[in-house]
Design a protein around this ligand. Structure first.
Ligand code: SF4
Length: 98
């Protein structure tokens, strides 16, 4: 069994408009959704609140992109992922369709 600390980290996130992004992602577990062709970060939110936990590096909680080579049972097995603007304001840029 894995703990949150062992889950796939969000190594870098360039979606600076997101409330969870303060020099990187601090959402305990993001969800990656499948919006059209994009592997969009569904946790992206613009708010006046500062989101997440400052001491925590963001990780991938769930991922709906089952066709990605890194996806096993809707969870991410990549060593780390990068998030940034793509087809949406915040996409998983590590997404690799099988
Ligand atoms: S690398 Fe693939 S499995 Fe991991 S979060 Fe991105 S799209 Fe999902």
């Amino acid at each position: 069994m894995k703990t949150l600390l062992q889950m796939t980290p969000v190594r870098e996130c360039a979606a600076t408009a997101c409330s969870f992004n303060t020099k990187g992602c601090h959402a305990p577990a993001i969800t990656v959704a499948s919006t059209g062709d994009a592997a969009s970060c569904a946790t992206f939110v613009e708010s006046s609140l500062q989101g997440g936990i400052a001491e925590v590096t963001g990780t991938v909680g769930a991922c709906a992109r089952s066709e990605c080579t890194y996806n096993t049972n809707l969870a991410c097995t990549a060593e780390s992922i990068t998030v940034g603007p793509g087809a949406t304001a915040s996409d998983c840029l590590t997404y690799q369709p099988a």
